[in-house]
Design a protein. Structure first.
Lengths: 176, 117
């Protein structure tokens, strides 16, 4: 088989869920800026609904990525190898910790990835909630718009940061 | 022919939340509390002061830390939403408190800091 089930799981987690969330967050932020720059700061109901849908899609993907990462991808990553095993290729955490040059990829990158996505998911959920509940005045109300702008921007930065760290880990110790 | 722009939104067209900003600020502050909770559960674990029990063995302690923090987030959101949803609040204080909690939460999950402890 070209890809193992563990490898497919990692791709689903990183590319589909993480990458998708990143894409939708970027789109939502762009749409928010674009709509706010329109004449009179007004937007059509259809445009506002689309903006809410972008944020809802980002939240769904982000939670799937976070939960899947914690409960499906992380367990095989941190599995303990049998005593005396020379080839640690199937045990990414042990592989990273076995070399001082890659130790930071567990101690810093993976440890960050364990927690920061949860914070990003909570913030994104708040953004999606605001976008649905205050949909009719998202653009016209500067307070609500500013709040949504800030939440979405912070989420985007956090998800991009975590995705970058995940790429580093997967490059050196892939879950094959 | 259906108009391209079917309806224009104005500031006083609130949905179920009405024109009040309370529900938005409740969601924001609760997210900040959630972020800080994640950080606190992490730092308590790293300082060996309190380790949230593992709720799923293969995932280890992170399953307990994040589940407990998520519980704190959802509970605080529920309480704040019930208290603020029909109120117009001054946003500045909530913004500052939320920003501080998010920053602190992120700082506490920053592994280089754990080495200082």
């Amino acid at each position: 088989m070209l890809f193992s089930s563990r490898s497919l799981l990692t791709m689903l987690h990183g590319l589909l869920f993480g990458g998708g969330a990143l894409l939708f967050l970027a789109l939502a932020l762009f749409a928010l800026r674009l709509l706010a720059s329109g004449v009179g700061g007004q937007a059509s109901a259809r445009q506002l609904r689309s903006l809410s849908l972008l944020l809802i899609a980002a939240v769904v993907l982000l939670w799937l990525g976070t939960l899947g990462g914690t409960y499906l991808v992380f367990p095989p990553y941190r599995a303990t190898p049998p005593e005396g095993l020379a080839d640690l290729g199937m045990y990414p955490r042990s592989l990273l910790l076995s070399d001082p040059e890659t130790e930071w990829l567990h101690g810093f990158a993976m440890e960050t990835k364990e927690h920061v996505p949860w914070i990003a998911s909570m913030l994104a959920t708040a953004a999606a909630f605001v976008s649905v509940r205050y949909r009719q005045r998202l653009i016209a109300d500067p307070e609500i718009r500013g709040l949504l702008n800030a939440l979405t921007a912070v989420c985007l930065v956090l998800v991009a940061y975590v995705a970058l760290l995940g790429t580093f880990v997967n490059k050196v110790a892939p879950l094959d | 022919m259906a108009p391209e722009v079917d309806r224009l939104a104005t500031p006083d067209e609130g949905r179920s939340g009405g024109p009040f900003n309370g529900a938005a600020l409740a969601a924001l502050l609760a997210a900040g509390i959630g972020a800080l909770s994640v950080g606190l559960f992490v730092i308590l674990n790293e300082a060996a002061a309190y380790a949230a029990p593992s709720l799923y063995g293969p995932a280890g302690g992170v399953s307990g830390r994040t589940t407990f923090a998520t519980g704190v987030w959802l509970l605080s959101w529920w309480f704040l939403h019930r208290a603020w949803r029909g109120r117009q609040l001054k946003a500045r204080g909530v913004y500052l408190a939320t920003a501080a909690m998010i920053l602190l939460g992120l700082l506490l999950t920053f592994p280089p800091l754990w080495g200082i402890l």
